[in-house]
Design a binder for this molecule. Sequence first.
Ligand code: NAD
Length: 296
Amino acid sequence: MAVVGFVGVGRMGGPMASRLLDAGYELCIYDVSPEAMKPFAERGAQIAASPAEVASQAKIVLISLPTPDIVREVALGGNAGLINGSSVKLVIDLSTTGPGVAAEVAGKLAQRRIGWVDSPVSGGVTGAKAGTLAVMVSCPKKVYGEIEPMMKTFGKLFFAGEKPGMAQTAKLANNLLAAAAMVATSEVMAMGVKAGLDAKVLIDIINASSGRNSATQDKFPRAILPRTFDFGFATGLSYKDVRLCVEEAEAMGVPMVVGGAVREMLAITRARFGADSDFTHIAKVLEEWAGVEIKG
Ligand code: NAD
């Protein structure tokens, strides 16, 4: 099989790249963190010194990077950018970067006859490891047909449209909702515990009732009640997603009252616990305000 490039092998990119290796793809990897690349070198993947070097080895390059600025830099930046690779024909962005940067980078790559696919994913590190992610794709239909078998390695595919950024808009909508669920669940859990309810009992009640959501079903039982706060998604990244979503909505004249409040809660969590903290620390902010511990 032809070599596939992969730039950014962090919490999400790492397990996704690993699944490609398991499926028999040959990989060429680049990450600014040598630590992140080490397991891939041990498994026989080629290790490159820059995104451009990856793009000189592989026709298809996948990227999984933290922010829109880093995606822009890796794709277009100076001599080291993917755009300067001699082989690359297609870049697939698995990051959550918003429709703005997708359209901008897609346009610049198109001038060099390099295609662009937005493919943000949902389902967290667990889904990335298990190959059960929701994979949202926007790109020309013909390209979709070509990449579908490889992308199925990551999970279930959803074709969101041909225009660059469509899948990113879908992803932002989902992530704002997931963050809103974290914030609202943290509020009611802090209130319930302060009133004397057992946190585990309250979560069980909600999960059997109409208030259940992704925070009550997954994040609270897995990372907050056991006090591990290690869900695997950084506060800074969640803040970025919600900010991008609210900004997109504002630009389209769609007011987001709840979205604005969720963004501020993430800004508070980031200020209190740092951008690298796990985003389940939202619950810790509420715990501090309420003077309780949500454990069970
Ligand atoms: P991460 O920080 O764990 O991984 C990012 C990787 O990119 C790191 O290994 C980092 O060293 C590398 N990197 C940073 N700058 C680089 C550069 N200039 N060149 C090459 N490599 C560089 O982040 P993550 O949680 O894996 O998230 C990656 C993307 O996936 C983000 O856009 C995030 O919003 C999205 N996402 C994350 C989750 C999750 O649950 N963690 C779920 C869905 C989507």
